[in-house]
Design a protein around this ligand. Structure first.
Ligand code: NAD
Length: 359
């Protein structure tokens, strides 16, 4: 069966890094029997320039019809003056809510070859490979009631509501257990059950779901401790599952452990494992058009797409091994370049990964 990929390059370095991921996928199609077809539509500021909307109907329809979406990045100063609903970033929110993508998967992988890029000691982070599964559509970011009210004494008071229904916890827990099954089979659920009722229910539901995954070792950790453990001994974690606000903070903390934003992929999944895959970095306007952006985060995002949506773990492994090999060869884009390694551009890095797939 041929699967359809919606390719949305976006703005800034988006088209440059997407071109390299497409190159790698084309090579897998040509030489390794991957059955996909790819179709491209504009998104973000580029789409606004062409169609006066950051998420035109044709782009949304393509994303809906596709099995998976591969996205570059959106945004740029050129569009910062637009009203909020027409800003490039609005396209991301539109795609996430239209496609009902409720689980955000962010691996933090530190290739041993890049251990010196981290601000932590190499022995603490070298070989780090953890995955944060963050719930994306609920929690205090969306809970009602919310607002700012005026109290009887005239003072203003801001308020938000942390809410999670059982089904919301259950479905993200299942994504996390399934992901742990494909990895080292350890899952840590992070919340604040000592203080918050919402977290107490979260823990209860996760324990219930664990009954269906006897092969996965489940542990629980309060979020303040998790934030500490991530910098103290991050290699203790395999998969972490957590709510929207805690995940927002912890996933950025985990990304920074690796010190190289150009290396980190991400996925957002629905309940049928359809996904949107994108690098965690933005459109990097400061280096756009120069051919120097690191395409590895986007290439690794394509790898995640093969693993989680297209169910092609062998080809996903092949991409990850190829990335490791080019790092072994000493090839580095500017963002990860250190003395004694060879500085290459975006296309040269993509070509090297495509070539390394063979071995
Ligand atoms: P950014 O991630 O674009 O850039 C931060 C820094 O990292 C810059 O110095 C940039 O040159 C560098 N960088 C990022 N990706 C790189 C890569 N692949 N290779 C080498 N260097 C890389 O974040 P920002 O500067 O805060 O935002 C720029 C624009 O991107 C803004 O319009 C913002 O709204 C948007 N943005 C979009 C997304 C997204 O599309 N998912 C995410 C974050 C920011």
């Amino acid at each position: 069966m041929t699967r359809k990929i919606a390719v949305l390059p976006g703005d800034g370095i988006g088209p440059e890094v997407i071109a390299e991921a497409v190159k790698v996928l084309e090579r897998l199609r040509r030489d390794f029997g991957l059955k996909i077809e790819m179709e491209t539509e504009p998104v973000g500021g580029t789409a606004y320039d062409l169609h006066h909307h950051p998420l035109p109907v044709a782009t949304l329809r393509l994303a809906e019809a596709a099995d998976a979406v591969l996205l570059g990045a959106v945004g740029g100063v050129k569009w910062d003056m637009l009203p909020r609903e027409l800003r490039p970033e609005k396209a991301l929110l539109g795609l996430r809510s239209d496609l009902k993508l409720f689980a955000n998967l962010r691996p933090a992988i530190l290739y041993p070859q890049l251990a010196s890029a981290s601000t932590l000691k190499p022995e603490v982070v070298a070989g780090l490979d953890l995955l944060i599964v963050r719930e994306l559509t609920g929690d205090i970011y969306f809970g009602e009631p919310r607002g700012v009210r005026t109290l009887a004494n005239g003072e203003r008071q801001g308020f938000n509501t942390m809410v999670y229904a059982e089904h919301e916890v259950e479905r993200v827990a299942r994504v996390a257990f399934d992901a742990a099954r494909k990895r080292r089979k350890k899952l840590c659920s992070v919340e604040k059950a000592n203080v918050l009722e919402t977290s107490g229910l979260w823990r209860e539901v996760v324990i219930r779901v664990a009954g269906d995954y006897p092969d996965v070792e489940l542990s629980h950790m309060y979020v303040d401790n998790a934030a500490m453990q991530l910098v103290r001994a991050p290699k203790q974690f395999d998969v972490i599952v957590t709510g929207n606000i805690f995940g927002d903070i912890l996933s950025d903390e985990a990304a920074m452990l690796t010190g190289s934003i150009g290396m980190l992929p991400s996925a957002s999944l629905d309940s049928a494992n359809k996904g949107m895959y994108e690098p965690i970095h933005g459109s990097a306007p400061d280096i756009a058009g120069k051919g120097i952006a690191n395409p590895l985060a986007t290439i690794l995002s394509a790898g995640m797409m093969l693993r989680y949506t297209l169910n092609e773990p062998t080809l996903a492994d092949r991409i990850e091994r190829a990335v490791s090999k080019v790092l072994d060869q000493g090839l580095r884009t500017g963002d990860i370049h250190t003395e004694g390694t060879k500085k290459v551009g975006t296309a040269e890095m993509g070509n090297a990964v495509a070539a390394a797939l063979e071995k």
